[in-house]
Design a protein around this ligand. Structure first.
Ligand code: SAH
Length: 242
């Protein structure tokens, strides 16, 4: 089983377009693909079903983060709302020196991620079950990550309240967004100033093979986040800071 020759070719070609040589990582990606397909047969873990969709929209889309010079070395990374492990698992496969915590509020998803970590023998990858609003107040997680990444979790004005409290001073949060991000970014400085955020930049790129626009919204952490953030579970979503 595993990825078909066509799937392998898509992954290698897409990787090259992102400036990555994925040849040495084919086997873990192939195994991850099998585990995803197997889990999807039993439960509705992810909406993506075809091999091409998984390779492009899960694997390669996750790896677009590596077009930024922010993921070199033994940095602690939090993948907030990782779901079935995206972008965290592909990131960990390609950059094994990263220490990645994979957080999700859904137990079933965290159980799947834990299964993958075990099956792939990933060291320095930590599945974590809970809500960001609660975990961000615990000393072992607060301002404890050099990078926080998140894909498809919440609108930016909600996401920054969930994510920035986890980022250490001098670190960065990176939100992976689709096309047309200008409107969502415009009110963001108002929330960033409340949360200890600093300068904001948007990096636009094209997802290989399908030629769709993607935006990486990068936010610096400059000052400690006041203890009142994040507010109680559900409040950031109901009453966003911007
Ligand atoms: N990042 C993955 C999953 C996106 S779905 C991907 O791109 O494929 C969004 C995920 O965020 C869901 O699994 C949901 O459980 C999780 N999530 C949403 N709000 C959360 C919160 N406040 N704390 C922790 N996880 C959260």
């Amino acid at each position: 089983m595993g990825l078909s020759p066509k799937g392998v070719q898509l992954l290698l070609e897409g990787g090259r377009a992102l400036g990555l040589d994925l040849e040495a990582h084919l086997s873990p990606f192939s195994r991850l693909y099998d585990l995803l397909m197997e889990a999807n047969r039993r439960t509705n873990l992810t909406a993506l079903r075809t091999e091409e969709e998984v390779v492009v929209k899960h694997f390669l889309d996750s790896l677009t983060l590596l077009t930024l010079p922010l993921f070199e070395g033994a940095i602690r990374v939090l993948d907030l709302g990782t779901g079935a492990g995206f972008p965290g698992l592909p990131l960990k496969i390609v950059r094994p020196e990263l220490e990645i915590t994979l957080l999700d509020a859904t137990k079933k998803k965290v159980a799947f991620v834990a299964q993958v970590v075990e099956a792939l023998g990933l060291k320095g990858a930590y599945p974590l079950w809970g809500r960001a609003e609660e975990l961000a107040h615990l000393p072992e997680h607060r301002e404890a990550y050099g990078r926080v990444v998140a894909r498809a979790v919440a609108p930016l004005c909600v996401l920054v309240e969930l994510g920035l409290p986890f980022v250490s001073l001098g670190g960065y949060m990176v939100a992976q967004k689709g096309p047309r991000v200008t409107e969502e970014v415009a009110p963001l400085p108002k929330a960033l100033v409340l949360l200890g955020g600093g300068p904001l930049s948007v990096h636009t790129l094209v997802l290989p093979l399908v030629q769709e626009e993607r935006n990486l919204v990068v936010m610096a952490k400059e000052a400690p986040t006041p203890a009142r953030y994040p507010r109680r579970p559900g409040v950031p979503e109901k009453n966003p800071l911007c």
